[in-house]
Design a protein. Sequence first.
Length: 385
Amino acid sequence: FENSWNPNRSHEKYNYGWPFVIPKISESAYVLDVGCHTDSAHGRLPNNRVYGIDPAGKNADFVGTILEFEHPEKFDVAVSWGAINFGSQEKIDAEKKIEPKDWMPDGYRSHLIRQISQHAHSEIIGMQPEGNWITRAPSLRAKMILLAKVQDEAGHGLYLYSACETLGVTRDELNKQLHEGKAKYSSIFNYPTLSWADMGAIGWLVDGAAIVNQVSLQKTSYGPYSRGMIKICKEESFHQRQGYEIMTEMANGTKEQKKMAQDALNRFWWPSIMMFGPHDSDSPRTGNAMKWKIKRKTNDELRQNFIDKTVAQADLIGLKIPDPDLKWNEERGSYDFGEIDWDEFWNVVNGDGPCNEQRLNHHKKAHDDGEWVRDAVKAYAKKSA
Ligand code: BYC
């Protein structure tokens, strides 16, 4: 704390800095200054009765934390300038996490609600294409693994909804945005899963792409999102392995099985590299996301990273990436690759993909069918209150 506190920072920069707030405090108010430090707020509020507390403030009226503080009188106003100043761009630049109760610009908050809720919706909608194969898994082992994986996705959705709720939005509101088409979810889940090999392709490519993105998001500036990502990445690594194991087995299996594996790769390759979003030059959100350190790498950087990792994995199991322009570029130390079909991408993002309607209808139906459970939980809570 002592190392990061800078008493000379410009308070005028902050909407809730003391130069803006003090004129709003009535002169008759009794003010509690939490974190008054050594100078306390006495000088800034000359007409008020002020009481300053601070664990590090030798001149504070009470030297200690708010949790230890007790006072016989009631205060009219409590101010905490220090906490406000720490929730700032400077804090982000210093690689400190922003926490739910820190002050944050409105734009930062709404950007996070959008991205985290879309991420949560993707995890939940993403259960559908794989759920389609649980009853048809080729062995008990395969079925148990797939069940566990799909269940993990539900868990990821729940961590992410919880992280999003810390920003002051309710789960009901987030669901409503999804159902009304105001919130998106990842384009990849609007493609059908036609064969068992698609379970391999999803784990290997979709979870593989998700890990590349999420490893960088572990360092995102918002604390709850960053901590959620750390746990999610651990599980995602297992998902990628299970997918690659299915692909390896099929690629080394009968001629028909190898054909199925290649067909799944052919169908999922391009949609997987679209998951990273539009090129940086066409990505309106990247500027702020990078400035606020919400995103730590751009869409194109992550896409390239994924392609460079995955080509060797395809080679190893004798499958061919369906891109005739894929070529190692010695100078860049990366693969060059073909043009992405952006018309297809935007069609899918805007609701016209092969399964958009089916995915959303299924989600709405599951939500409606679950109403009695929500009602029962509420009635029980009321009864027990
Ligand atoms: N699909 O300015 P841009 C999983 C939208 S689930 C749909 O680049 P941004 C799994 C974008 O939202 C993992 N929409 O945006 C689960 C924006 O529209 P809005 C999911 C897309 O946010 C189950 C507009 O296009 N991962 O692993 O800077 C089973 C312009 O884009 C897509 C995450 O959600 C897309 N692919 O960058 C198996 C990661 N791409 O919102 C596996 C978290 C772009 O302005 N999210 N759009 O209306 C992110 O990292 C970023 O939000 C994105 C997009 C890279 C996706």
